[in-house]
Design a binder for this molecule. Structure first.
Ligand code: ACM
Ligand code: ZN
Length: 500
């Protein structure tokens, strides 16, 4: 068994041949308070058979030890002997990842009621291990998001980037602007005409809190994205006064990039923005807020008298410079409220003086990441060209599911390196990690998302967990069949075709 068929592959595994911990005897759980919240996971998810859990001496023991000297904050040491499972970690996250390793073993055929004797020393290479789900193009219910969060946790991912607004739908409730969800949450299905009436929806505050809590229980931080100043058709359809022409606008059903964006010269612009982000801050306790910034045409700004006046006022020489002005103002506003803004790599275009705390997410290849790091911004890598766009088809076959204009093979995802070639060691320090992005223009059902996500997300999780020199696609291929069995048990629809 190659690394006990675990994905992502642990850093170090030593297997004790012919030693098994049997979970069906009486079990004593001893724990340091750091790990108290993890105990329900042990009793409900790992040991689903009838057993007696007691805190007195028993035939077998599961022992959680807090040890601040475990080198990595998210690291753990897991030791399984005939009568004891010992988890040693510095933090709750480390303990949680030990349990995810145990969960994978429990889901293995070999692991049913039995855990193999071994010692595992494990920690991640990158601190940012993300998955993005686009809930703007199509709406996904909380139940499906929770299923994905469980799967993300199983792969030791720690960021859920929740794309909440786009041209095709606005999902975030904003008290002062109720039409954002009442109008902006719904579109007419002109594209497929599969659905009669309007399609879409939005989340209630309670639902958002449920997702945030569910994620936190799994050591996952939710990063909400409100994409602006482009990709704004849903907002403009709701409040047309914030566009350059005044509308009317519609919640888009087509794909693509649209000329109508936020008017930079509107006197109420930042009052709107502040209200929107105050709603975000109220619901999302995490440090990071994604402000989008991608694919924002300047067409309207070049013609709009209000935008032209704003340019004059600011002494700008091209309409393109309005975007870095807007992004800087927004990032500084969020910083004053204790938050860190993230923008897609277009935020670097036409810009020379961005606030250094602004983080950059590279997607148009790796160049944005290189430029961001070279100019002192922390960087998240998710290049569409290097295995991170999980909406593309798995294989260049017109009968294959996924966006047809490009391909991401499982091997592409496996080969992804968050540190791009040619980056200096100093620049590499700015790279926090990477993400898989699940865009959903053509994803009408959760089942389609599952098929596109797996096993590419499994491959990507290993690319984010291990240093490049430790990766081996041959080893991954050996472990994948067992991992697919786990996915099957978890009712995940996965792609089962060619890997490269
Ligand atoms: C993007 O794919 N438009 C960030
Ligand atoms: Zn304008």
């Amino acid at each position: 068994m190659d690394y006990l068929n675990l994905i992502p592959r642990p850093q170090e595994v030593t297997v004790s041949e012919d030693i098994w911990f049997e979970a069906h005897r009486s079990i004593c759980i001893k724990t340091h308070s750091t790990f108290n919240e993890l105990i329900p996971l042990v009793t409900q998810e790992l040991l689903s058979m009838e057993l007696t859990v007691q805190d007195e001496p028993a035939e077998t023991t599961i022992h959680f030890i807090q040890d601040a000297t475990v080198a990595h904050q998210e690291g753990y040491i897991l030791e399984i002997t005939e009568d004891t499972i010992t988890v040693t970690a510095a933090t709750k996250a480390g303990g949680f990842y030990a349990l995810q390793t145990l969960k994978q073993l429990a889901l293995s055929k070999e692991g049913k009621n039995l855990f193999p004797g071994c010692k595992i020393n494990d920690y991640p290479q990158f601190s940012w291990r993300g998955l993005m789900l686009d809930c703007g193009r199509n709406f996904f219910p909380v139940s499906f998001i929770c299923k994905l969060l469980d799967l993300a946790a199983l792969h030791k991912l720690n960021i859920f980037h929740w794309h909440l607004t786009d041209d095709q739908g606005w999902r975030l409730p904003v008290e002062k602007y109720p039409l954002l969800t009442e109008i902006g949450g719904w579109r007419i299905d002109n594209r497929t005409k599969k659905f009669s009436g309007k399609v879409g929806g939005s989340y209630t505050e309670e639902e958002i809190k449920t997702v945030v809590r569910y994620a936190a229980d799994r050591c996952i931080t939710v990063v909400p994205e409100i994409d602006m100043p482009g990709h704004m058709s849903s907002l403009l359809a709701s409040y047309p006064g914030f566009g350059c022409t005044g509308g009317p606008y519609t919640v888009e059903d087509a794909f693509g990039v649209f000329d109508d964006v936020l008017c930079m010269g509107n006197k109420d612009l930042f009052s709107l923005i502040e209200d929107i982000f105050d709603s975000v801050i109220k619901l999302f306790p995490g440090k990071y807020i994604h402000i989008g910034g991608d694919e924002c045409p300047r067409t309207r700004w070049e013609k709009c008298p209000k935008c032209q006046k704003k340019m004059e006022e600011l002494g700008l020489t091209s309409a393109g410079q309005l975007q870095p002005w807007f992004v800087s103002k927004l990032a500084n506003m969020l910083e004053s409220k204790g938050k860190i803004a993230i923008g897609w790599d277009e935020v670097l275009d036409d810009a020379d003086n961005l606030p250094s705390q602004l983080m950059v997410q590279s997607w148009r290849g790796i160049e944005g990441g290189k430029k961001g790091a070279a100019t002192g911004h922390r960087v998240i890598m998710s290049p569409s060209t290097n295995g991170c766009y999980l909406d593309y088809r798995n294989y260049p076959d017109p009968m294959e599911m996924g966006r047809q204009y490009d391909t991401t093979t499982v091997k592409n995802s496996y080969d992804f390196s968050a540190i791009p070639e040619g980056m200096t060691a100093e620049e590499a320090e700015y790279v926090v990690g990477g993400q898989g992005n699940m865009w959903t223009e053509e994803v009408y059902y959760g089942r389609i998302a599952e098929y596109l996500l797996f096993p590419r997300l499994s491959a990507l999780s290993e690319a984010l967990w291990l240093a490049p020199e430790k990766k081996s696609f041959d080893s991954f291929k050996t472990r994948l069949p067992e991992h697919k069995k786990r996915l099957r048990i978890l009712d995940v629809l996965y792609y089962d075709g060619k890997l490269e």
